[in-house]
Design a protein around this ligand. Structure first.
Ligand code: SF4
Length: 341
């Protein structure tokens, strides 16, 4: 049965008409789903009994409670959701003082094969629907605390473009959750056609996983470089205005002895070519069967100093939830898949 949850306003208006109802009923349904947070179609009390009955014959709400939660010593929580069949997905809730960030997944597994990533090692299993992406937010016990959402969990969001864009529309529209697009960040390895559509149709912040300024080295870390070279990505980004509130950042995982030299820092600054952006240096969490190890704090600080000297606001990202495999690049439901099949 098709799910109502996760449909945009125009999809709900079309759905209402297909049920023999007026288009404005679509907006009433959106209000029940995203603002009144109902748990059954029967609660849509401004719809006639007949209209509700008609909806129940064809649709379900499509909400899912989490199946399991792991809690880190640092307060980070990792939620496991059972999507369907053997598909599971994880979301990470990261409280930090008066902020709380939710890291959502957009796919089960991922086909991009980045060398340093547990999700990549899992391979690709499934594209989440917009409702399955949003459910990680809507059904979270701490939903009222959330100040920021990042699309940095399992999967490459721009490889599941339509569902991701629908979920962003629902999060940021007044008929949806009414969240400011400045509180949402999407992270990508740089799928150029998807980036164009994302940049042209949303105001959401963008983060690019870069990890090396050198073509051959980046190719060895991230096979996508062969299809969408980083130089083309930077060229595209230079065509957009970053002087306002919309933020562009570059994510750079520091691998010991691989991409953390002073030359790398200078080459990275040259590649960015003065574009207004921040750089986030990320400590690498070792993963099984990988030759890569994380850089020392002092090497990361030297790297940071060089970039700052070139005018780039540069942070060293705090590591969160490492003990429960909720940290950057560690989300994976492969074991769960193995247990189930
Ligand atoms: Fe996929 Fe992102 Fe992992 Fe690369 S880093 S394999 S794009 S989830």
């Amino acid at each position: 049965m098709d799910a109502l949850f996760g449909k945009t306003l125009s999809q709900l208006q079309d759905l209402a008409v297909s049920q023999g109802l007026k288009p404005f009923v679509g907006k009433q349904i959106a209000n029940w789903l995203y603002q009144q947070k109902i748990t059954s179609i029967d609660e849509m009390t401004n719809l006639s009994l007949e209209a509700r009955q008609g909806l129940k014959e064809k649709y379900q709400l499509g909400l899912m409670a989490h199946q399991k939660v792991d809690v880190s010593v640092d307060g980070t929580k990792k939620y496991l959701y059972h999507i369907k069949g053997h598909q599971y997905v994880e979301a990470a809730y990261i409280p930090d003082g008066d902020r709380a960030t939710l890291c959502v997944s957009s796919q089960v597994g991922c086909k991009m094969g980045c060398l340093f990533c547990m999700t990549g090692k899992q391979g690709f299993q499934y594209h989440l629907s917009a409702g399955e992406i949003l459910n990680q937010f809507h059904s979270l016990p701490e939903v009222k605390n959330i100040t920021n959402i990042v699309y940095m969990g399992m999967g490459e969001p721009l490889d599941n473009l339509d569902s991701v864009l629908d979920s962003l529309e629902i999060l940021t529209s007044s008929w949806g959750y009414g969240m400011s697009s400045k509180r949402i960040t999407l992270s990508t390895i740089g799928i150029i056609p998807g980036m164009k559509k994302f940049l042209d149709t949303t105001g959401v912040h963008l983060a690019i996983s870069i990890h090396s300024p050198y073509e051959e080295e980046r190719k060895s870390l991230m096979p996508i470089q062969q299809v969408y070279p980083i130089a083309d990505i930077i060229e595209l980004l230079k065509g957009y205005d970053w002087s306002g509130q919309r933020r562009l950042s570059f994510e750079y995982i520091c691998f010991d002895g691989v991409n953390d030299s002073e030359d790398h820092a200078r080459a990275l600054a040259r590649l960015l070519g003065g574009i207004k952006a921040r750089v986030n240096l990320i400590h690498f969490h070792p993963i099984p069967d990988s030759p890569l190890t994380g850089s020392s704090r002092s090497r990361m600080e030297t790297f940071q100093t060089i970039l700052k000297g070139k005018g780039y606001y540069t942070t060293i990202r705090k590591s969160r939830g490492e003990d429960i495999f909720a940290a950057c690049g560690l989300l994976s439901t492969k074991e769960k898949l193995a247990q189930e099949s």
